[in-house]
Design a protein. Structure first.
Length: 267
């Protein structure tokens, strides 16, 4: 069964919300047509939701620029704190203008100032809606990132890895990784003479890697066997492995069985 991409699910959800909002606006009016002008009042009150539905793609584009995946948490919160106020204010003006025009045309005369004062009472709701949308986008991204980190889809081993770089998220193919190295509570991922940090443990990471392609040679090192160029014996039954970039890594006695299996399979 083909895997449905999360972005298509998100786009479908946005379109569905826009459709439901539009239907709600129409339904609010049609069901009250016999009551005279009350129907236009219902449309006026419901139109704010339709505006939010139309705003959703724009808010999503803002989220992609200030994503929780690619931005530090503090930067993410500060950016969206300001953006939430700005977007809520823009929604207030657009909503207020449309309701002012419709109210004056079909119901009774009022001023734009009075309309805005009424809508200001629900300004906190506009802020809440913005953060609900950002939370939904973050959840979708988190699920997608978690799939990349855990890597086992349909029982397969890790095929690619998501790592944080400066203000962006990099997707690295697993065969492009030369080795992994423990670094406190994190793991260093070495690829193309650069390294990136991921929040994982060596034990958990080892379970996600194909043992035919990666093997653990030290409690703090897992190597890509395809990148080994030389093996040099050392004292105390230890070895030094030279990787394709010239870096030498130590293989300890504890994991000599893994190294022996690698050598046997390579011959």
């Amino acid at each position: 069964m083909p895997k449905i991409k999360l972005k298509y699910i998100l786009i479908s959800a946005i379109l569905l919300w826009m459709f439901i909002s539009t239907v709600m606006v129409i339904e609010e009016g049609l069901e009250n047509v016999p009551k005279g002008m009350v129907w236009i009042q219902n449309i006026i009150f419901a139109i704010g939701w339709l505006i939010w539905a139309c705003f959703t793609p724009f808010i999503y584009s803002l989220y992609k620029k200030f994503s929780i995946i690619t931005r530090p948490t503090r930067s993410f919160l500060l950016a969206h704190l300001g953006l939430s106020i700005a977007v809520a204010f823009i929604h207030l003006i657009v909503d207020g203008f449309l309701k002012y025009v419709l109210w004056n045309l079909f119901v009774d005369e009022t001023t734009f100032y009075e309309t805005i004062l009424v809508l200001l009472q629900g300004f906190h709701i506009d802020l809440l809606i913005y953060w609900i949308l950002i939370g939904a986008f973050s959840l979708v991204d988190w699920i997608g990132l978690n799939e990349l980190k855990t890597g086992k889809s349909d029982g397969q081993y890790l095929e690619r890895l998501a790592v944080k770089a400066t203000l962006k998220l990099l997707i690295i193919q697993i065969e492009d990784i030369c080795w992994f190295e423990a670094y406190g509570d994190y793991v260093k991922v070495y690829s193309d003479d650069k390294f990136y940090l991921i929040n994982d443990s060596m034990a958990e990471l080892e379970k996600k890697l194909d043992p035919k392609k990666f093997t653990r040679i030290h409690r703090s090192t897992i190597i890509n066997v395809a990148d080994v160029r030389e093996i040099e014996p050392h004292m105390n039954k230890e070895f030094f492995l030279t990787m394709k970039n010239g870096k030498k890594l130590k293989a300890s006695r504890t994991y000599q069985e893994n190294l022996r299996n690698f050598i046997d399979n390579s011959i």
